[in-house]
Design a protein around this ligand. Structure first.
Ligand SMILES: Nc1ncnc2c1ncn2[C@@H]1O[C@H](COP(=O)(O)OP(=O)(O)OP(=O)(O)O)[C@@H](O)[C@H]1O
Length: 253
């Protein structure tokens, strides 16, 4: 079943400079869909547009078969809970003045009326935060630390915990491991795969790293110069029919 369907999505930053050009694709429920392409080809813009963080110029965004491209901010509220994003830089994503505990409880407070609490139960803030830290394999005492007291990998785990705290359907992972060392990268990707299975999540996984994408994802989208040039099941990555640009990416990974 399609969770997200994008049709002919187009975005201009300036009148003569397109950033996303008539992009169409769908993402199935429970799927990890990869999105690769060179720097500046429009991946992050596409992600921000489909999350309705950025206005679009034309095209449609269907979430659970509901057209959301024109929804007013008030009516978008449930979708803000259903669609979360994890950014490349966890330091920028976390408020440096808030302890981990306060960063983690913030989305819960905002969305608590919308939550089924089927994965994480709420009896107290401390108990809720403890469950979230456990889910991302962090020790409970980190709750009382500030972001600058954590490693990059720990900070990214906190942003992942924030994202999963409000039971999203879809998480857009925008180069979530790009700022981490190789060992932390591997550990975070393993964690994300486990969480997707346990929490029945769907991911749009944006990355430059075709090797990581081909390990994590069932299907892959390839963007070049603001357009989608290829999309295929991961097991067809090495097929001869792949776009020349996909072949170029394969040759360097
Ligand atoms: N806020 C903005 N204002 C104007 N132009 C922008 C803005 N954000 C992105 N762009 C431009 O839009 C194009 C697409 O950028 P985008 O960040 O979406 O690419 P990307 O594929 O995610 O790149 P990277 O892999 O380096 O993150 C680029 O030419 C970029 O300079």
């Amino acid at each position: 079943m399609s969770l997200l369907t994008i049709k002919e999505l187009t975005k201009f930053y300036q009148a003569d400079k397109v950033a996303v050009d008539h992009v169409s694709f769908h993402l199935n429920k429970g799927e990890c869909l990869g999105l690769v392409g060179e720097s500046g080809c429009g991946k992050s813009t596409l992600a921000r547009c489909l999350l309705r963080i950025e206005p679009i110029d034309s095209g449609s965004i269907f979430f659970e078969n509901e057209a959301i491209e024109n929804l007013h901010a008030r009516n978008l509220f449930p979708y803000r809970k259903k669609m979360q994003i994890v950014f490349q830089n966890p330091t920028a994503a976390l408020n440096p003045k808030l302890k981990v505990k306060d960063s983690l409880i913030d989305p819960f407070i905002q969305f608590k009326k919308e939550l089924s609490l089927s994965h994480f139960s709420y009896t107290s803030t401390d108990a809720f935060v403890k469950q979230l830290l456990e889910a991302v394999e962090l020790p409970a005492d980190l709750a009382h630390k500030y972001p600058h007291e954590l490693s990059g990998g720990q900070r990214q785990r906190v942003t992942i915990a924030r994202a999963i705290s409000i039971e999203p359907e879809l998480i857009v992972l925008d180069e979530p491991t790009a700022s981490l060392d190789v060992i932390s990268q591997k550990a975070v990707l393993t964690l994300l795969t486990e969480l997707r299975e346990t929490l029945n999540l769907s991911y749009l996984f944006i990355s430059h790293d075709l090797a990581a994408v081909s390990q994590m994802c069932q299907r892959i989208l390839v963007m070049k110069e603001c357009r989608l040039v290829d999309q295929f099941n991961t097991d067809r990555l090495f097929d001869n029919e792949r776009h020349s640009y996909t072949k170029e990416l394969i040759s360097i990974f």
